[in-house]
Design a protein around this ligand. Structure first.
Ligand code: F6R
Length: 607
């Protein structure tokens, strides 16, 4: 949440900053701003609302200078107004900062400034950082060294001062910051997407790092002195970040799923493609053999992937598996120890709650793994064993290809654990074979008939509520389908285990109430059909995800969104696709901003 960028180089800063902010806008889009250094002052532009408003302002009031910072905001402290937009400046106008995170000692610092007679001009915690820096003396680096220990909470900050118009100083504790090393220029940003088209050489800052960035040098220190950080070369193709002719990133990313799945499967199969091979990940076989239980921790859509993961792990490895929200795990005193494999599942690798849960598990001695989509992200660096989903950059706020590749990764992990325990048999061969055919099945699932989708879209967009039902490993898909609809169409939808419906939600059903049933062939389909009979008996309309000619389903469904049949343990990966398409179509039908839904941000770096 919140995207920040800092630029020092040979070019004009404004186009670089605006371009970076455009690429970071998925992190927040309540307001935006930038500061550009002139020789004797800091020039600031800020605008409430989307980045387009700032762009307009920058067109009307051009700022010249080759050093600057920019910000796109997801509001925490203070409404999304111009006054609360970043950069925030200290009382004397000496220092400007952009910030991603939350200061937990906000009230105390505010009180302190009030008592000392400083008039604060915003409701933000960010202004307090600017005020603290402004109050110190010395170079910007020296000021940061003084102020850093006074900040409690999570913060990634990029600061400039009019006393050193050729310097940008960045520091972090929590939210990510990466420094891109360019040709006669250096850039700091929240995410590599903001700088990848300018350089592929990057340094990921660690917690506690302070980077002093000039046009021709980057020096990193912490509170104890200079530190060495590795320069990494990224292998991401900047072209993958365009919409490639699709109307929205979400639609593009839905259609990228066959490739994303293919790449993820291939990355973890042996060269003859007959066994799963996680050797390259650095699992210590002895440590792995000691594992008696698994905990999966995540948030949102990634949490839904974990629910499927529990099903897969317990079914295939007999390892008792618990699934937790990161935000719950960290405070519930979980029973975790050396015999527990804890896996943080996260697309971004930056979700604060998931990271905190992982940190707790690490402190308690668990074997810590992550399944994440961003090499070099915080979860990647925190975990002992990191498994990369090969989805490529996901820009649309609603997660799609990251989810299906997480499911693939969890299946591969389950198969690897099964093999390491000597349990592998014909089922493994069958699943590995089917995993390789999965991209084809997902392609077929993407080819639903226009007319059927139109009808389903109409049914959902005209209703204010809907119920999504599934059983077994498809119950999490019902949850995910409902979440997709909620987050981009703002229509209320509830995912429920179909067998539980009669214990409450059945009371919602009236004539024409839309019920979306996740109904591909699995061992519990018969039971689901029984539940759908109960739904039909109350006059509700059933939209089912199932094979096109499934006779038993067609008897209880008004509409079938077709998918091909695959092994029932892989069915969640295929069954979610029509639900992603349906949510997308409803949001488009309602004229909503699919890629940047209100109040949301892609990477939730605050608690
Ligand atoms: C929903 C969605 C979110 C994320 C959640 C966790 O479409 O994208 O629910 O799944 O914020 O994010 P990651 O996976 O980056 O940890």
């Amino acid at each position: 949440m919140c995207g920040i960028i800092g630029y020092v180089g040979e070019h004009q800063a404004v186009p670089v900053i605006l371009d970076g902010l455009r690429r970071l806008e998925y992190r927040g889009y309540d307001s935006a701003g930038m500061a550009v250094m002139a020789s004797d002052r800091i020039q600031i532009l800020r605008a409430a609302g989307k980045l387009a408003n700032l762009e307009e302002l920058a067109f009307d009031q051009p700022l010249r200078g080759s050093v600057g910072v920019g910000h796109t905001r997801w509001a925490t402290h203070g409404a999304p107004t111009e006054a609360n937009a970043h950069p925030q400046v200290d009382a004397s106008g000496h220092v400007a900062v952009v910030h991603n995170g939350i200061l937990e000692n906000y009230s105390q610092l505010r009180q302190e400034f009030r008592e000392s007679g400083v008039a604060l001009s915003s409701d933000t915690d960010t202004e307090l950082i600017a005020q603290l820096l402004g109050r110190e003396s010395g170079t910007l680096e020296e000021r940061v060294l003084e102020v850093f220990p006074r900040l409690v909470g999570q913060f990634a900050v990029v600061a400039v001062t009019r006393d050193e118009p050729d310097t940008v100083v960045a520091f972090r504790q929590g939210p990510p910051l990466v420094v891109g090393l360019g040709d006669d220029e250096n850039i700091v940003a929240s995410d590599v997407v903001a700088l990848l088209h300018r350089t592929k050489r990057v340094i990921y800052l660690e917690n506690g790092d302070i980077a002093v960035v000039h046009r021709d040098s980057v020096r990193i220190t912490d509170l104890n002195g200079q530190v060495d950080r590795m320069v990494e070369t990224l292998d991401w193709d900047p072209g993958r970040m365009d919409k490639s002719g699709y109307r929205h990133y979400m639609l593009k990313e839905i259609h990228e799923q066959p490739d994303a799945i293919r790449n993820t499967v291939r990355a973890y199969l042996s060269s003859d493609r007959t066994t799963v091979n996680l050797d390259g990940l650095g699992f210590d076989p002895e440590r792995l053999a000691e594992v008696k239980r698994v905990h999966l921790v995540a948030c949102g859509t990634s949490w839904h992937a974990c629910l499927v993961g529990k099903f897969l792990l317990e079914h295939l490895t007999a390892l008792p598996t618990e699934v937790d929200y990161g935000s719950e795990y960290r405070y519930r005193e979980p029973l975790v120890g050396e015999d527990v494999l804890v896996v943080g599942v996260t697309q971004s690798g930056e979700t604060a709650d998931t990271l905190a849960a992982m940190e707790l598990a690490k402190e308690q001695g668990a074997l810590l793994g992550t399944i994440c989509n961003v090499r070099g992200s915080s979860s990647w660096r925190l975990a002992e064993v990191s498994m990369l989903t090969q989805a490529g950059p996901e820009i649309g706020v609603a997660s799609t290809k990251a989810f299906t590749t997480q499911l693939v990764a969890l299946m591969l992990l389950a198969l690897a654990l099964r093999r390491s325990r000597g349990l592998a048999d014909d089922l493994d061969r069958e699943l590995i074979h089917q995993l390789q055919r999965l991209p084809l099945a997902v392609e077929q699932a993407l080819e639903g008939e226009e007319q059927i989708y139109d009808h389903a879209t109409e049914l959902l967009s005209e209703a204010t509520d809907s119920l999504y039902l599934g059983r077994g490993c498809l119950y999490p898909i019902a949850l995910e389908g409902a979440l997709k609809l909620k987050e981009i169409s703002y229509l209320h939808a509830e995912g429920y285990p179909a067998g539980e419906m009669k214990h409450g939600p059945i009371a919602l059903l009236t004539d024409g109430f839309p019920v979306v049933a996740v109904a591909p062939a699995t061992p519990t389909r018969e039971k689901l059909i029984g539940n759908l009979m109960e739904v039909r008996a109350r006059g509700a309309t059933v939209i089912a995800v199932a094979e096109k000619h499934a006779q038993d389903v067609s008897q209880v469904a008004d509409l079938i969104l077709p998918i091909p049949e695959v092994h029932h343990l892989l069915q969640p990966i295929v069954a979610v696709v029509p639900l992603q398409l349906l949510a997308y179509r409803v949001a488009v039908e309602l004229g909503l901003d699919v890629d940047q839904p209100r109040n949301l941000a892609k990477s939730v770096t605050v608690e």
